[in-house]
Design a protein around this ligand. Structure first.
Ligand SMILES: C[S@@+](CC[C@H](N)C(=O)[O-])C[C@H]1O[C@@H](n2cnc3c(N)ncnc32)[C@H](O)[C@@H]1O
Length: 391
């Protein structure tokens, strides 16, 4: 493909991404893959180049642009080499006067007041930095010091005792340590959520929003003789856990939940868990560097629904924890209402429960919990809190 044809492909893909955001459809990554499946003539360097332009255009706009062309015009306004491709054969239509150009920005206007004041204007650009590839070493299969030399460009993560950091876009899926279950892909911030759980052998643990089981696997690695139940309401996500657990050599029970009947389904666990991890569904505002179009998908209504769900899940967790047990609450969010707001509300509703600093010295204190941010900590953005139940 010529450079002009690549740019036109980026315009077309962005049009599909914008339509998909409006219809709550497939993510941008999947749309890029689908686009090239139908265009076998494109080589791998074409795909890489187009994907790079598409994601640069997505990162550049805080709000969803009106069209793919306006998103690319925004990029071209800062990059004259792109402007020169308009009007070339197979390229985008020639430039016209007074066309809509997408505005540049990091945080959508309506979200500015929701964002934690710890994420100052100077820090905001880092919300869209390219993220490195972090691995978590599975203690069931090896130790970090022994595995590090297997990764030429790897270094120990500064905050997690289990992490290895590799450059962004490193391919890991054919590495023997990955295939053998000695390492898992997991952002350092997610590893710190598992660390905050302080899981111990012999404990009964519920990972209430386990998804595909990333945190459950980290808990099993930290406490191999704990009894871990991983639950989620999404069948497809939870279904990915069994093969991952088999590869990791971890024993994890799973249960598919059927809201609003979660507590009936988990009757055996009522008042019996030493630890419930609530890695709750959230705005994803801490993961924009991996998923920049998440900014376009969030709406005030969606945010309100997420906050209600988080509150409901915390209430379920409180029923499952034994007297003297603990909840670890985490969201990959930098919004006050999902983080310290939710934690304060939980503690104010429940007498006898106390907040406990989950990660002494790591990240920054934010209400009763800690905040990790890309700019300050080099991790995805997370709020993490721990609540200890009265004995
Ligand atoms: C942030 S994700 C969890 C990520 C996961 N812990 C991991 O490490 O990959 C939130 C999860 O909550 C799940 N969820 C939403 N409502 C739920 C409910 N009522 N009960 C259990 N899980 C729920 C979603 O399906 C989603 O997988």
């Amino acid at each position: 493909m010529t450079p002009a044809a690549r740019l036109q492909a980026a315009v077309e893909i962005l049009d599909e991404v914008i339509a998909s955001v409006r219809d709550n459809g497939a993510p941008a990554d999947a749309i890029v893959t689908r686009y090239f499946k139908a265009r076998r003539y494109a080589g791998s360097s074409d795909r890489r180049a187009v994907r790079e332009v598409v994601f640069r255009a997505i990162r550049r706009s805080a709000d969803c642009p009106s069209t793919g062309r306006s998103a690319i015009l925004g990029l071209a306004s800062e990059q004259p080499d792109l402007s020169a491709l308009f009007g070339q054969p197979r390229g985008p239509e020639p430039l016209k006067a007074e066309e809509a150009i997408a505005a540049a920005g990091v945080v959508p206007d309506w979200l500015r007041d929701e964002l934690s004041p710890l994420v100052t204007a100077e820090e905001q650009a880092a919300l869209l930095d390219r993220a490195p590839l972090d691995l978590r070493v599975n203690a069931l299969k090896g130790a970090r010091d022994a595995l590090l030399p297997e990764f030429v460009e790897g270094s120990a993560t500064p905050l997690s005792p289990w992490g290895i950091r590799l450059p962004a876009d490193t391919r890991i899926d054919d590495h023997p340590a990955f295939l053998g279950g000695a390492v898992e892909v997991q952002d350092e911030g997610s590893q710190l959520i598992a660390l905050a759980c302080a899981a111990r052998d012999g404990e009964r643990i519920v990972d209430l929003c386990a998804g595909a089981g990333g945190k459950s696997l980290a808990l099993a690695s930290a406490a191999p003789r704990a009894a871990i139940l991983a639950t989620d309401s999404n069948r497809a996500r939870l279904g990915q856990l069994a093969p991952r657990a088999a590869r990791a050599g971890a024993a994890i029970e799973t249960m598919l939940l059927n809201p609003p009947r979660e507590l009936d389904q988990m009757a055996d666990w009522r008042g019996a868990a030493d630890l419930v991890l609530v890695d709750a569904p959230c705005s994803g505002s801490g993961t924009w560097r991996r998923n920049p179009e998440g900014r376009w998908r969030l709406t005030p209504e969606r945010l309100s629904r997420l906050i209600e769900t988080q509150q409901r899940l915390l209430a379920i967790a409180a029923e499952l924890v034994r007297p003297g047990g603990r909840i670890v609450y985490a969201v990959c969010s930098l919004l006050g209402r999902e983080g310290p707001g939710q934690a304060d509300a939980f503690l104010s509703r429940r007498s006898g429960w106390v907040g406990h600093d989950p990660l002494q010295g790591i990240g920054r204190a934010d209400g009763p919990g800690r905040l990790l941010t890309p700019g300050h900590d080099g991790t995805d953005g997370f709020f993490i809190a721990r609540f200890d139940s009265p004995c």
